[in-house]
Design a binder for this molecule. Structure first.
Ligand code: THU
Length: 130
């Protein structure tokens, strides 16, 4: 299986575990790192709404816990077309990605759009030279 199909399948599977009783909007995310490892996350909501976390944040936390730091590709899936990472998550992705990091937006059937991080967040805040 190619790496994009694997990202798709992992995000789809992980999305099923999303805890989204308030928004009912389940999101799955899967990361492929530059050294070929995969990590997943889903959104985890909370009765205190601001405590909830996005799927991308979960996948990034799993990646860091797993010892990886470089995002080559990330796929985000919801049951609507054209889900893009929220602004907060774009900044999180920028921390561990680069201009060429690919962001795939998918619904539960297919990848709808693939964009580079630099096209979505051209001027990310940074304190470090990449
Ligand atoms: N959500 C994500 O998981 N990722 C995004 O990039 C946008 C929004 C989640 C947060 C919340 O649980 C639900 O989607 C509705 O906003």
């Amino acid at each position: 299986m190619d790496s994009i199909s694997k990202l798709f399948d992992l995000a789809k599977q992980t999305r099923l575990n999303a805890y989204a009783p308030y928004s009912k909007f389940k999101v799955g995310a899967a990361i492929l790192t530059s050294n070929g490892n995969f990590y997943t996350g889903c959104n985890v909501e909370n009765a205190s709404y601001p405590c909830g976390t996005c799927a991308e944040a979960g996948a990034i936390a799993a990646m860091i816990a797993g010892g990886d730091t470089k995002i080559a590709q990330i796929l985000i899936m919801a049951d609507t077309e054209c889900i893009l990472p929220c602004g907060n998550c774009l900044q999180k992705i920028a921390e561990f990605g680069n201009a060429d990091t690919l962001i795939h937006s998918a619904d539960i059937d297919k990848i709808v759009k693939t964009q580079k991080l630099c096209d979505i967040l051209p001027q990310a805040f940074t304190l470090m030279e990449k």
